[in-house]
Design a protein around this ligand. Structure first.
Ligand SMILES: [Zn+2]
Ligand SMILES: [Zn+2]
Length: 133
């Protein structure tokens, strides 16, 4: 029987923090709104396209409803972008399956697992400075 309660690993937590609230995927080309929330540029563009442009609707953050001027004025979040890239690289490199294939020894596998947790913890700390507002 599978258990329904699963303790999130640091990696899961990090993946969650690095996921766009709109598409629920890792950010691609993330932009930051004045309120501090981040979205993929494509995703925030979609929310604007869905609005009736003739109505001169005020643009608002989908999460906190804070107003922002225009999609064009949004800054790319370079730091978040590089964290996502780092996470993807680390996840790929330390993917348990890849590790198991590359190194059959259990000890090596466990050591890499620890490294992944440490790496993820560091990235979560980095993220905290971005998302804690
Ligand atoms: Zn997105
Ligand atoms: Zn917001």
């Amino acid at each position: 029987m599978h258990r329904f309660v699963v303790t999130p690993t640091p990696q899961d937590q990090l993946a969650y923090e690095l996921s766009c609230p709109i598409c629920l995927q890792l950010y691609s080309d993330p932009v930051v709104l004045p309120c501090g929330h981040n979205y993929c540029r494509a995703c925030i563009c979609k929310t604007v396209d869905a609005l009736d442009k003739k109505a001169k609707t005020i643009l608002r953050c989908p999460e906190c409803r804070e107003e922002y001027r225009s999609v064009d004025s949004l800054q790319k979040n370079f730091k978040l972008c590089s964290i996502v890239e780092g996470y993807q690289a680390a996840a790929q490199q330390l993917d348990p399956q890849t590790v198991a294939e590359n190194m059959k020894e259990q000890a090596a596998y466990e050591a890499l697992g620890d490294k992944l947790i440490n790496k993820a913890a560091t990235l979560v700390e980095n993220m905290a400075s971005l998302v804690d507002r």
